[in-house]
Design a protein around this ligand. Structure first.
Ligand code: GCO
Ligand code: MG
Length: 402
């Protein structure tokens, strides 16, 4: 069997998605998510101009060799654009292998380690009161684990807060929206939010919180300490992780579990974090960390240090990534949790899939491959609509981490 053709589909059913479709000379089709929020066309071009010409004529069953070819062969290794493109190829090839073998992807990885996958949903509100109510709605929907983000008094456009009733969607304008960040106000507010949440709902629901790279290591240590009585499932991206050593300081001062990794692309981004057991959950995901092949390498390495997985699953990762991630989660022995932000109905219609939500868990389907397809005719009705993620500044104008 040979790869006969491959093409990239860019579509915007509510938000932008990039999808790679690979076809074999025997008519088997596999698809992979290639979405990099706000940088969609960079990945589309990398695939179309540089990767696809190298794929034609190759044996699609040689997933590992093709991965190594694209990683080593590029000479310029790593980075979000290249690794997202590799992930798309890898995901599509696993999909093809599943279809050729007539097996769901989790079977090819080693079979089920669990029947269903614990997910966390996103509750958010403009202020403390509405966030507490939003968490209640998620509990009613059956979620056992809920991420809580709230508007913060004195901070305009806080991270993680949706506008009106819509789901939170950060890529909101053609050019980056400017937001202003104030650490002191946040550190004052965040513990009060969790005081209220525990007061309202007790310790039954697992609660999570995303700091979104905003704090220094010492501020992160302070926040972790102040949240300890609330026994969070995790505190996410407490400080930027380019400097992996920074987490030593946080770790030394708090037992609040730490999660990092949604912006990581390779095992090298988290090597020290894992080896030194500086984190509890690694959040790398299929689409941005080199596909199933590389994510498996990261997860196996993490397992040696009792670090568990907690893959990124925001709406800017398409249902194709979610489908693949759920097969991965069903297999991976050191599974922790999976993020799950529901896609809109428009998105779900473009990407028919066989995974389903039940009692706070997602269950992957049994169809061969990863179980997600693309309706290309419908996708064509939603042209690309360029959108950027916001940026953040401190009140004196200094650029900060969004
Ligand atoms: C998360 C993330 C997202 C990102 C988004 C950027 O934990 O889900 O932090 O909200 O900001 O994926 O594209
Ligand atoms: Mg996050």
């Amino acid at each position: 069997m040979k790869i006969a053709s491959a093409r990239v589909i860019v579509t915007c059913p509510g938000r932008n998605f990039v999808t790679l479709v690979i076809e074999t000379d025997q008519g088997v089709t596999g698809i992979g998510d290639a979405t990099l929020n706000g940088r969609e066309l960079a990945v589309a071009s990398y695939l179309t101009d540089h990767v696809i010409p190298c794929l034609i004529g190759r044996d699609p069953s040689q997933i590992e060799d093709i991965w190594q070819y694209l990683y080593r062969g590029a000479y310029w290794r790593r980075g979000p654009v290249g690794m997202t493109a590799i992930a798309a190829v890898d995901t599509a090839l696993w999909d093809i292998k599943g279809k050729v073998c007539g097996q769901p992807l989790y079977q090819l990885l080693g079979g089920k380690s669990r029947e269903r996958v614990l997910v966390y949903g996103h509750a958010n509100g403009a202020d403390l009161h509405s966030t507490v109510e939003a968490v209640g709605r998620y509990i009613e929907m059956g979620y056992h684990a809920i991420r809580a983000q709230s508007g913060i008094p004195g901070i305009d456009k806080a991270y993680g807060v949706g506008r009106g009733d819509t789901y939170y969607e950060p890529a909101d304008a053609r050019l980056p929206t400017e937001t202003v960040w104030d650490t002191a106000k946040y550190l004052d507010f965040a513990p009060r939010l969790f005081d209220k949440l525990r007061e309202a709902y007790g310790f039954g629901p697992q609660l999570l919180h995303d700091v979104h790279h905003r704090l220094t290591p010492n501020e992160a240590a302070q926040l972790g300490k102040s949240l300890e009585p609330h026994r969070l499932f995790w505190m996410e991206d407490a400080t930027p992780a380019e400097n992996q050593e920074a987490f030593r300081h946080i770790r030394r001062h708090t037992t609040t579990p730490l999660a990092v990794g949604e912006v990581f692309n390779t095992i090298w981004d988290c090597k020290q974090l894992i080896e030194e057991q500086l984190i509890d959950y690694i959040r790398a995901t299929v689409v941005h960390a080199g596909g199933i092949t590389h994510l498996r390498r990261i997860a196996d390495f993490a397992a040696m240090y009792q670090v568990r997985t907690g893959s990124h699953g925001a709406t800017d990762l398409s249902p194709v990534c979610m489908g693949a991630a759920l097969h991965f989660d069903t297999w991976v022995p050191n599974f922790g949790i999976q993020e799950y932000m529901r896609h809109t109905e428009e998105t779900d219609a473009v990407f028919p899939h066989d995974y389903r939500f039940e009692d706070g868990h997602l269950i992957c389907g049994e169809s061969p491959g990863h179980g997600v397809t693309i309706d290309e005719a419908l996708a064509a009705k939603y042209p690309y609509n360029p959108m950027c993620l916001p940026v953040a500044r401190l009140s004196d104008g200094t650029m900060w981490n969004w």
